[in-house]
Design a protein around this ligand. Structure first.
Ligand code: NAD
Ligand code: MG
Length: 398
């Protein structure tokens, strides 16, 4: 499909872009790519949570029209940092939603966690092309979110490296010819540890990912392998397959970013060096491609690619996400909220590493399943699950 048809813009016009969460790991990589392609993009709005200095610097560098800081108490600081420019400044949760509603062609959804849900949904509802990094909103709001995407004729281009890989090799015209999706996982920093040595691991050890440089929350999720569980639910919503068709395979080198197997036993894969700028560029330029500074794959240097099945005993998170998806309704919302609370407590050294999964499992057991009909239902159950998870975590406090 031609670019103009998809975006309803003339191909000689710059693509206008909004980056929700520009100060984070995915956000700064997105800004890096935009700065490396002068003339290709015009930036409408950038948003951050509290890092005023970085947000202001980015807004000036890319000549944004608007900069939004989610933390309202930082409004005056941002205003001061951008004084003397024409950049419009705003603050607060509603301003994030307003940012998403502005008519840019393309929106990067790279706010971390359920906080990204409302602004991402706003971009979806106006039928934008959305580069989706925020997997938590698909887990938390699942079918409801997908219904909104379909109703508004919006388009989600996955940014998560695995889903970008699948997107690139999935035959959407013949989904019935797909037999399996093979979602690869690095296994995280603790892949080779025994269960008893996992008890005392520190936040610093958990965020030191062997292959990828990412934000703190997703790095902890990678260490527990909850990240792969969330990605399993993300894949279920993004691609027309059932949950039994999605398999998880540990591949420590992170060279094959995921695979799709067809009925004739052909397996198609997307490969690359572990640099998020590759999947971000794919989404940013879609349906075209653009240059990236990512280092090129030299398989002769890597020589050996290895694979193993994930260990359910040391990494129960994958089982929990399969259970949540099978239960359906509010169960994935509860899982996501409880995990966000548990990871936050682990990062502030109030909960042990192994108790992250325990808190998630106990929270899921305590909150009975109900149906998700609206965004208000999602918020209500998210709030309730956070409260219950905090209570359960308090019993396990270090
Ligand atoms: P990060 O923590 O580095 O950045 C998060 C961004 O969200 C920042 O701009 C921060 O200011 C903003 N933010 C945080 N809390 C907020 C709030 N309450 N309200 C408004 N803004 C808020 O995270 P990241 O690693 O860039 O990850 C972003 C998302 O992308 C996550 O959902 C993650 O799962 C996903 N993702 C990240 C990577 C990666 O390589 N980092 C890879 C795949 C998917
Ligand atoms: Mg990923």
């Amino acid at each position: 499909m031609a670019l103009e048809e998809v975006l309803n813009i003339k191909s000689n016009e710059r693509r206008s872009v909004t980056v929700l969460g520009s100060t984070g790991s995915v956000g700064t990589s997105t800004i890096d790519l935009i700065l490396r392609s002068p003339g290709r993009f015009s930036v409408d709005t950038l948003t951050g949570n509290s890092n005023v200095a970085l947000l202001a610097e980015q807004a000036i560098q890319v000549n944004a029209k608007m900069a939004v800081i989610a933390d309202e108490t930082r409004y005056d600081d941002l205003k001061a940092a951008l004084s003397g420019t024409n950049i419009y400044v705003s603050a607060g949760r509603n301003a994030l939603i307003e940012a998403a509603s502005r008519p840019s062609d393309w929106v990067m959804a790279s706010i971390v966690g359920a906080a990204g849900l409302a602004p991402t949904l706003e971009a979806v509802r106006r039928g934008a092309v959305v580069g989706l990094a925020n997997k938590e909103c698909l887990v938390s709001a699942g079918e409801f979110f997908c219904r909104e995407v379909a109703a508004a004729n919006a388009r989600l281009i996955p940014v998560d490296s695995e889903h970008s890989a699948i997107y690139q090799v999935f035959d959407f015209e013949r989904p019935e010819r797909v037999e399996r999706i093979i979602l690869t996982a690095s296994g995280g920093p603790f892949r080779e540890r025994t269960l008893d040595t996992l008890q005392d691991v520190t936040p610093a050890q958990a965020v030191a990912h062997p292959n990828w440089d990412m934000g703190a929350k997703i790095s902890v999720d990678s260490a527990t392998m909850m990240n792969k569980g969330l990605e399993f639910i993300e894949a279920y919503h993004l691609f027309p397959v059932n949950s039994e068709q999605i398999e998880i395979l540990v591949h420590p080198q992170s060279v094959i970013h995921s695979m799709v197997e067809y009925v004739d036993s052909s397996v198609l894969a997307q490969l690359g060096t572990p640099d998020m700028r590759t999947p971000i560029a794919y989404a940013l330029a879609w349906p075209d491609r653009m240059e990236t500074p990512s280092s090129r794959l030299k398989l002769e240097d890597i020589q050996i690619l290895t694979f193993e099945a994930p260990d359910p005993e040391r990494f129960p998170a994958i089982r929990l996400t399969r259970e949540a998806l099978n239960i359906g309704g509010t169960a994935p919302t509860v899982l996501n909220a409880a995990n966000e609370i548990a990871v936050e407590l682990f990062l502030t050294e109030k909960l042990s590493f192994l108790n992250i999964a325990h808190v998630v499992e106990e929270t899921m057991q305590q909150i009975p399943r109900s149906n998700l009909g609206s965004l208000d239902d999602v918020y209500a159950i998210d709030t309730e699950a956070r409260r219950v998870a905090a209570e359960i975590a308090a019993k396990h406090t270090l």
